[in-house]
Design a binder for this molecule. Structure first.
Ligand SMILES: [Ca+2]
Length: 441
């Protein structure tokens, strides 16, 4: 199949803290995601797709710049927390080219509907980094009903104007996304495409379904919601998001735009406490597979044959590079991409290609490299070596049996790391809870 001569619309849907096996099409135990499952069945599902980081804002820096996040100071925060409000350093520098700014400059209409988490105005903000429109929260986590962040500050915005609106946030974001598609449809039908970042906060804490407004008062002093939640609530939160994605897809179809719209779905990091990451170990904040392996689904009938599954290795920033390639947009020469376009994989041209991937976390001194089948991992000063296809669960440690291979991967990681800025002395790690709050594995 070949790409249509007309440039595609692009919708980049990102869930928040969704785990690898939470969706039906990734082995989920309950049918929470019929819409996403059908997008995967009609499109392309990746089994070896990763997030750039096991925590929110670092991944979002990589997603919007298509470069390793370690290059930017704000991304050293694990994650940016609400104490960063007013900071002039902890955010996405407005002069940095971005996925939306490059697409906008090439003629795309652009919007972010959902979570930003890349620093606060006036120094930073979505309208200052390439989005024509913004509706959503600026911070890392808000209540679904009060739309207040973890410090109790109201955090729902339309552009840079504070926006008061009643409703369950997942539904408000879906409503606005449908509205955007319908408003942009005439231009898109006339040949001016759109780029929509639809970045849900679901299924991130607090553990509230559409029917749980009463919980908002109970959790307002601690949105981590350490006394609440369960897998049933968690699954319904995913289902609410899936319903909203279904409404966005229905709007695309009604406007005759579904065929030439590239829809990509993923999560910003691995699953949190109620998530299903099976068979992976670990979750958010970990460089074990459960913290970084995430769902990646691509749907684009004009270019992607239905029903395919790919084992291509890829990172969040590769998808940003893919979107630029699909739009025929080059990177800014002063900011070359670390992301690699997956367009040939989407179009089924050629096979999978070698894609070395590297990660670094200040938290617990973690390192990871995935080179082909093998993964080098360091946590708390211990070095491990795993064969991922043979043991996705990272329990069979080959480090002492294959010291030469371990050394080879460690050297590759160190060579990569030498090309990145060091972790700043004042970078912070924010953990919402620990062993005193719930037993650790
Ligand atoms: Ca997240």
């Amino acid at each position: 199949m070949s790409v249509s001569s007309q440039r595609p619309n692009i919708i980049f849907i990102v869930a928040d803290d969704l785990g690898y096996a939470d969706l039906g099409c990734y082995g989920g135990r309950e049918p929470v995601s019929p819409v996403l499952d059908s997008l995967a069945a009609q499109g392309l599902r990746f089994t070896q797709g990763y997030s750039n980081s096991p925590v929110c804002s670092p991944t979002r820096f990589a997603m919007i710049t298509a470069r390793y996040q370690y290059r930017l100071r704000g991304a050293a925060e694990e994650p940016i927390n609400s104490k960063s409000r007013g900071s002039t350093t902890l955010g996405l520098p407005t002069e940095h080219p971005t996925l939306p700014s490059l697409l906008k400059a090439s003629g795309y209409n652009t919007a972010l509907i959902g979570k930003w988490h890349l620093g606060y105005p006036p120094a930073f903000g979505p309208l200052r980094s390439g989005y024509d429109e913004f509706f959503g929260p600026m911070s890392g986590g808000v209540d679904y009903f009060t739309h207040c962040d973890s410090r109790g500050t109201h955090d729902l915005w339309f552009g840079e104007e504070e926006h008061q609106q009643e409703g369950y946030l997942t539904d408000l974001l879906s409503d606005r996304a449908v509205d955007w598609v319908n408003r942009m449809a005439p231009a898109a039908q006339a040949g001016q495409p759109f780029f929509l970042s639809l970045h849900y906060t679901a299924p991130h804490w607090p553990w509230e379904t559409r029917d749980d407004e009463a919980l908002a008062q109970e959790v307002k002093d601690n949105l981590f919601h350490l006394h609440g939640g369960n897998i049933h609530t968690y699954r319904r939160m995913i289902h609410h998001m899936d319903e909203g994605i279904g409404r966005v897809m229905a709007a695309l179809r009604a406007q005759g735009l579904a065929d030439n719209t590239l829809v990509v779905f993923t999560s910003d990091n691995g699953g949190e406490r109620f998530s299903d990451n099976w068979p992976l170990v670990g979750g958010k904040m970990d460089l074990t597979e459960g913290g970084i392996r995430v769902p990646w689904i691509a749907h684009w009938p004009a270019a992607i044959a239905p029903g395919r599954v790919s084992d291509q290795h890829c990172l969040t920033m590769d998808w940003s590079a893919t979107m630029l390639a699909a739009a025929g947009v080059a990177a800014h020469p002063d900011y070359p991409l670390d992301g690699v376009s997956l367009l040939p994989v989407l179009q089924g041209e050629g096979g999978e290609f070698a894609r070395p991937m590297f990660w670094r976390m200040n938290h617990r001194g973690q390192r990871a490299a995935r080179l082909g089948d093998w993964k080098y991992l360091r946590v708390d000063g211990h070095d491990y070596l795993f064969n991922i296809p043979a043991d996705e669960r990272e329990r069979a440690n080959h480090a002492s049996r294959q010291p030469e291979r371990l050394a080879e991967l460690r050297t590759a990681w160190e060579a990569w790391e030498a090309t990145m800025p060091a972790i700043p002395e004042d970078a912070t790690v924010s953990l919402g809870y620990g062993a005193k709050d719930m037993p650790q594995r």
